[in-house]
Design a protein around this ligand. Structure first.
Ligand code: PEP
Length: 254
């Protein structure tokens, strides 16, 4: 049975007071309204993670995640945070390779492979993001583009290591645009990625990997996307900043 996961990516949003209020609301709503077996991950700005820990420690369904980490364990990398720091702070998840990191910080597949390694060495669960641009989608080569991202950043892992990775397919043209992949488009890519994993690691390993969909997921479209057999949950940007919307998305996945 694959883990069902709904992760919220807050990006660079919310002051501390707003973050505390949003977390309290989400914790209360999830506890009151969600009965099913779904893991909720709040990927907040790193600055707030240690403070937010006490807000989620009595909420068994809710975990915290960072939005990025450096590939090195420590050193002269001003402004960065490392996987050992997240581990020491008790933060279990980290997003790796979000398209905004790839686009604005020029993160390459090779660098992301090193980040995945560092996360796994420190016992963190990487939420590894992949996805094609609009131009790539229009060139009809989009499946190979995303398969290559997996090959170059994940296929050096052992099967045991891969089993600790969560994958998030996020078509770049659907992120923050209000355009969502249709459930057919999402299922096509998720099935292709699972087949790609299976070609390297075998079907038993591939069938155990949670593949989340991300890209303008909202309360109105979550249920249809989550009904796809290879869509195991969601990575949610904008809608994770509103407790009601986010909780409704979690309820659609339970
Ligand atoms: C994201 O940034 O990971 C994302 C999916 O954003 P949005 O839901 O706003 O499209």
């Amino acid at each position: 049975m694959r883990k069902k996961i709904v992760a919220g990516n807050w990006k660079m949003n919310k002051t501390l007071d707003e973050a505390l209020a949003l977390t309290s609301e989400v914790v209360n709503m999830i506890q009151d309204e969600v009965r099913g077996d779904v893991e909720v991950v709040l990927c907040t700005p790193a600055l707030y993670l240690t403070t937010l820990k006490k807000y989620v420690e009595n909420a068994p369904k809710i975990a915290l995640g960072a939005q990025n980490c450096h590939e090195k364990a420590s050193g002269a990398y001003t402004g960065e945070i490392s996987a050992p720091m997240l581990k020491a702070a008790g933060i279990p998840y980290v997003i790796i390779g979000h398209s905004e990191r790839r686009q604005y910080f020029a993160e390459s597949n090779a660098q992301l492979a090193a980040k995945v390694d560092s996360a796994l060495e420190n016992g963190l669960t990487p939420i590894f993001c992949c996805g094609e641009s609009l131009e790539q989608r229009q060139n009809e080569d989009y499946v190979n583009v995303v398969k290559t991202q997996l090959t170059e950043s994940l296929f050096h892992l052992s099967a045991d290591q891969l089993a600790s990775v969560v994958i998030a397919y996020e078509p770049i043209w659907a992120i923050g645009t209000g355009l969502t992949a249709s459930s057919e488009q999402a299922q096509e890519m998720h099935a292709a990625l699972r087949a790609h994993l299976s070609s390297k690691y075998g079907s038993e390993v591939a069938d155990g990997i949670s593949i989340l969909y991300g890209g303008s997921v909202g309360a109105g479209n979550a249920a249809e996307l989550f009904a796809c057999p290879d869509v195991d949950g969601g990575l949610v940007g904008g809608a994770s900043l509103k407790s009601r919307d986010f909780t409704d998305i979690v309820k659609a996945r339970q």
